[in-house]
Design a protein around this ligand. Structure first.
Ligand code: GDP
Ligand code: GDP
Length: 452
């Protein structure tokens, strides 16, 4: 979801503008600066582009934050999360040192910023506002939230910024719809990549188009199955050449690295019978470092303890994979036999599920409510050496990667002190998020930033 952040020092009219853009008829505004707010985010209704508004006002405040630190934290939060920042100043009180301090922080960002000179209630106030140009964000748009002046112009301005981004997102969605996901089939030599690809292509439910591109690293094979189109990136297809090489493994690792980078989803093929080796872990760690969605294909199931009952085999396989590839914990796995054409349907079922679930976006509002509940359910422990407890001021999905076929969410937590976020607690929060937004196969990165 595209996000518009409203920033500015207290009392300039952020919340009044927020309510206007959200189309709320009753403006719940307070006269005192810094009054606790019950609303932080809401869907915008006035702009035509679907987007979420966030009002950062008050979020940075707290017992141990000075006033200007709070305002700066709010600016940083906006820069981390927003596609557009509305920097609000007050025409009636003129330029203040807090505005200038905020402006200095905001100038560091690539995010587009529009200066909004609110409380421009009458034409008369328009003459004495040129001082705001000193902030370096142009002459600004004059609004009056109170009197409804230029509110439509403000909504149009939001659309001007967001509609090209929205169009690009829709283009990516359309091209994914058209060409499907780019799925890299990677794994160490002999894991069964070629066998898997052959089995897929030979399957009667698969229609193979002309083999598209052969690059130095891989062959791209467009195909469709059960009406879903995909492109397989086949790194094994070139193995004949590399067989002549003395360092097969090194070259195949390099090839898979490049394929992983251009893939939307990786199928990591492992040889369950031989067990996971250092080379598997190396490829897996590339997938993890590149932040790529992944499905582990545990191959050679037919050879894996064939004498044991199925649930024991499955338990063993789960233990092995979870232990050896623990850093790829977000990747589900499925046991198949490429040679015997066993359970290939499961692979496709999971690919489609990964794709479908990934489209369920989490908004800032939902995220904050969810994490609020998670903190109530299981409060962060007191840190003994720092003698403090973790507090989450605010959480926001970061804006990167919105043009990926499978978006990979990154969640930024604004906290009182990031040293207080333990790995355990971070994992707990991730689990809580995944309970509501499972995102199977997709990494979910939580990163913490300390309030200044
Ligand atoms: P925030 O702290 O920046 O969110 O500011 P609020 O939206 O709570 O507004 C602070 C005060 O300014 C309230 O008393 C509002 O009624 C008032 N206010 C907001 N917008 C305008 C405006 O355009 N003109 C005038 N005259 N007052 C406004
Ligand atoms: P690649 O190097 O990853 O492409 O691996 P291949 O597809 O060439 O497979 C390596 C070897 O494992 C070949 O001898 C295959 O016949 C064998 N193989 C592949 N998949 C399976 C499987 O599911 N079960 C068994 N038993 N053997 C397999």
């Amino acid at each position: 979801m595209l996000t518009v952040a409203i920033v500015g020092r207290p009392n300039v009219g952020k919340s009044a503008l927020f309510n206007r853009l959200a189309g709320r008829r009753i403006a719940i505004v307070h006269n005192q600066p810094g009054v606790t707010r019950d609303r932080i985010s809401a869907p915008a209704s006035l702009p035509q582009t679907p987007c979420e508004l966030i009002d950062t006002g008050g979020i940075g405040e707290g017992a141990d934050a000075s006033f200007s630190d709070a305002v700066q934290t709010e600016a940083e939060l906006a820069m981390a999360s927003a596609d557009l920042i509305l920097f609000v100043v007050d025409a009636r009180s003129g330029l203040t040192s807090v505005d200038e301090a905020l402006g200095r922080v905001l100038r560091k960002t690539q995010t587009p910023i529009e200066l909004i000179i609110n409380k421009s209630d009458t034409d008369a106030q328009e003459d004495d506002g040129s001082e705001f140009a000193r902030l370096g964000f142009g002459t600004g748009l004059r609004t009056s939230a109170e009197h409804g002046r230029n509110i439509q112009a403000l909504a149009d301005l939001v659309d001007e910024h967001l509609s090209p981004i929205q169009e690009k997102i829709e283009e990516v969605a359309e091209s994914t719809e058209r060409d499907g996901l780019k799925i890299a089939v990677v794994g160490r030599p002999n894991a069964g990549k070629s066998s898997l690809i052959n089995a897929i292509l030979k399957d009667e439910r698969t229609i193979v188009s002309d083999i598209a591109g052969t690059t130095r690293d891989a062959v791209d094979i467009p195909y469709s199955r059960d009406g879903e189109r995909h492109t397989l990136i086949d790194t094994a297809g070139l193995r004949q050449r590399s067989k002549m090489d003395t360092s097969v493994e090194v070259f195949s690792a390099m090839r898979s690295e490049r394929s992983i980078r251009r893939a939307d989803l990786c199928l990591l093929v492992i040889d369950l019978d031989a067990g996971i080796t250092a080379m598997d872990r190396k490829i897996a760690s590339t997938i993890q470092k590149e932040n790529k969605p992944c499905l582990i294909v545990a191959n050679k199931w037919d050879l894996y303890h064939p004498d044991l009952p199925k649930h024991e085999r499955l338990e063993k396989a789960t233990d092995h994979i979870k232990r050896e590839l623990f850093f790829l914990h977000y990747a589900p796995f499925t046991c198949v036999s490429a040679m015997k054409n066993q359970s290939l349907g499961l692979v496709f079922k999971m690919i489609n599920e990964i794709r479908r679930e990934a489209q369920k976006h989490i908004t800032t509002g939902q995220l904050n409510r969810l994490l609020g509940d998670a903190l109530l359910k299981n409060a962060p422990p007191q840190n003994k050496s720092l003698k403090k407890r973790l507090k989450i001021l605010y959480a926001t999905p970061a804006v990167n990667d919105k043009y990926r076929a499978i978006p990979v969410p990154e969640i930024i937590l604004f906290v009182n002190d990031k040293r207080l976020l333990s790995d355990n607690y971070s994992q707990y929060l991730e689990n809580q998020i995944r309970e509501r937004y499972p995102h199977p196969g997709v990494p979910l990165n939580l990163s913490a930033r300390s309030r200044r």
